[in-house]
Design a protein around this ligand. Structure first.
Ligand SMILES: Cc1cc2nc3c(=O)[nH]c(=O)nc-3n(C[C@H](O)[C@H](O)[C@H](O)COP(=O)(O)O)c2cc1C
Length: 156
């Protein structure tokens, strides 16, 4: 199976999850790349694409926004995709941050919606938690990410 993992990451946490996904699908024809590097021809022949972004103000990053702007309407037709984000838990944050996190939500549903508008079929969406703005990834989250990827791939 040809599997692509497309991600953005500022502090390295989403990248860490992306690496975990790659480990989980090792043995397939897998490839990892930054959202800013992705071109339409990279998606040719892909059986599954994971798209992963840090949550910024409840949304996907500028890099993803630029990627989505570059992708023509309908260009993802027939593509199976799964989306993930990294976010902060509400617990343990200061008063304002907690309110912001709660109010704006996570990036993956918005990324799923934007990719669906381009024609992709979204198979799954998930959020993985980081401790604070810069991380680290919370204990158990990379293992959860691997299990998540394995489950998606097993159903294809
Ligand atoms: C500008 C900015 C806005 C953020 N907004 C949110 C948010 O709305 N909700 C949230 O849970 N985390 C938010 N965060 C924290 C990110 O979730 C965290 O930085 C990210 O998961 C780390 O991933 P990375 O290391 O791959 O960049 C924000 C971080 C930055 C830098």
């Amino acid at each position: 199976m040809r599997i692509l993992i497309v991600y953005d990451s500022v502090y390295g946490n989403t990248e860490k999850i992306a690496f975990a996904l790659r480990e989980a699908v090792a043995g397939h024809d897998e490839r990892l790349m930054r959202a800013s590097e992705l071109n339409l021809h990279d998606l040719e022949g892909a059986d599954l694409v994971f798209f992963g972004t840090p949550t910024h103000g409840g949304r996907y990053t500028e890099e993803f926004k630029e990627l989505l702007e570059r992708l023509p309407e309908g260009s993802l037709s027939g593509l199976d995709a799964a989306v993930f984000d990294t976010s902060m838990p509400e617990e343990g944050q200061g008063f304002i941050t907690k309110k912001v996190v709660k109010f704006f939500g996570h990036a993956s549903p918005k990324l799923a919606e934007a990719l669906e508008k381009k024609g992709a079929r979204i198979l799954a969406g998930e959020t993985f938690m980081v401790q604070g703005k810069e991380g680290p990834v919370l204990p158990g989250e990379t293992e959860r990410a691997k299990a998540w990827a394995e489950e998606i791939v097993s159903k294809l």
